[in-house]
Design a protein around this ligand. Structure first.
Ligand SMILES: Cc1ncc(COP(=O)(O)O)c(C=O)c1O
Length: 421
């Protein structure tokens, strides 16, 4: 490695998914059930064209949109974002849902990165779901952080395990290194699990109990990237509505998954001192997310186009999830297990422990030979000295693939499962 590179650059490896994406592109006949992309056919090209036209035609609004904005984001988009959250989370979240707390970012991904910069030093510990969003694990590695996994149950975090982990860290004198608990709370990437509101409240309580030993606040970073893509059941309140949530919860959301992934507009709702810290950091990153795109998004929200599009997406993903479910029932062996997600883009499939699913497994090779790709579950686990990474699961996405490709892909995967063991 070139000695000119910084420690951070040396720690930053290629994203595990880059190889999967390159493989998908290099094989035109391949069906990728791996990509976490949204459905390209649903992207709101017509809405965008009209919104841009409405914004850019009048000289006043076009000049304002084409100029730099403020680092924290377009005031109207911040106001509309706070208003939407208040409508979802109710009056208990009123202290958090103010425009002043909202900060607009380049997708929620940038917010996740900046929050890590604002809270963590190399060697610090973050608590994550086991398994978790693998791109976050890239941030963890790159910043020289350590991740400790907390097991998941059907309704989210295993609270007993969270307490055990906190207790172990306390006994080992490591609590002062712990900064945050990261939860992907709605239709989790990768498992599809949703954390109940009761569990969010209990997790916050637990963190609070250990703050004295930590010597500083312990934050709950709630990543609600998929919240709006619900196609079954009722919305669950975010942790902003939990007791103590207004002081200890950093909520991340996005306009990318539910509208236009390419627009890369996301947001955070942050308590102090995180808000000020992250605005300053963002000042150094880029002094503000694209003003033009923020104003388009504000217009999409204001005009009702956004809400209509989300409604349309929900129906679409509901249908595609149904197609995936039917395909798995038809083609997968009985020993394969999964839960039906209530939203989002993913199924998580558990195979018997003897069936390895990792990148070097026979199953993965067989799947590639049959021209179908999945995300090996192993990639979604943090390196954790307390357990080996499980290697018998896979994430399947019904986001990007067409219904026909989902059917085809599952038939191929079923054949690989029959052969690859
Ligand atoms: C759990 C989770 N959080 C955050 C993101 C980032 O999304 P965006 O930056 O488009 O808002 C993703 C994208 O796949 C995700 O799966």
């Amino acid at each position: 490695m070139n000695p000119a590179l910084s420690d951070l650059a040396r720690r930053t490896g290629p994203p595990p998914i880059s190889w999967l994406m390159a493989t998908a592109l290099a094989r035109p006949g391949l069906v990728s059930l791996a990509a976490g992309f949204t459905d390209s056919e649903t992207l709101p090209a017509g809405d965008m064209r009209q919104l841009l036209d409405g914004l850019l035609r009048p000289p006043g609004s076009s000049r304002a949109a084409l100029q730099y904005g403020t680092t924290a984001g377009d005031p109207e988009l911040r106001r509309l974002t706070a208003e939407r959250l208040l409508a979802s989370d109710g009056s208990k979240a009123a202290a958090s849902c103010s425009p002043e707390r909202v900060l607009i970012s380049n997708g929620s991904q940038q917010m996740l990165y900046m929050l890590s910069e604002a809270l963590c030093n190399p060697g610090d510990i973050v608590l994550v779901e086991d398994p978790t969003y693998f791109v976050y694990l890239g941030i963890v590695e790159s910043h020289g952080l350590r991740a400790r996994g907390v097991r998941l149950e059907k309704d989210g975090l295993d609270l007993k395990h969270l307490e055990q982990v906190l207790e172990q860290l306390k006994r080992a004198g490591e609590l002062p290194r712990v900064k945050l608990l990261y939860l992907v709370s709605y239709f989790q990437n990768p498992t599809g699990a949703t954390t109940s509101f009761e569990k969010k409240c209990a997790a916050l309580d637990l963190l609070k109990r250990y703050e004295r030993a930590a010597g500083h606040p312990l934050y709950l970073v709630e990543d609600a990237a998929y919240r709006e893509l619900r196609f079954q059941g009722d919305d669950v309140n975010s942790a902003l509505a939990a007791p103590g949530g207004s002081r200890r919860v950093a909520l991340l959301g996005t306009y990318s998954k539910p509208f236009a992934t390419g627009a890369r507009v996301g947001f955070g709702v942050l308590p102090e001192p995180l808000h000020t810290a992250v605005v300053r950091i963002k000042g150094n990153h880029d002094f503000g997310t694209s003003n033009l795109l923020q104003q388009v998004l504000a217009r999409a929200l204001h005009s009702g186009r956004y809400a209509r599009h989300v409604e349309f997406l929900r129906k679409r993903y509901s249908r595609k999830a149904g197609v995936m479910l039917a395909g798995m029932r038809r083609h997968f062996p009985e020993a394969a297990q999964w839960e039906m997600p209530q939203g989002g883009l993913y199924f998580w499939v558990r195979l018997p422990r003897s069936v390895k699913s990792g990148l070097r497994s026979r199953l993965f090779r067989q799947a590639l030979e049959k021209n179908v790709l999945y995300v090996p579950g192993q990639l979604c686990y943090a390196k954790d000295p307390k357990r080996p990474k499980p290697n018998h699961e896979m994430r399947l996405s019904f986001g990007a693939a067409s219904e026909g490709d989902i059917r085809k892909g599952l038939e191929r995967l079923g054949a690989a499962l029959a052969k690859g063991r």
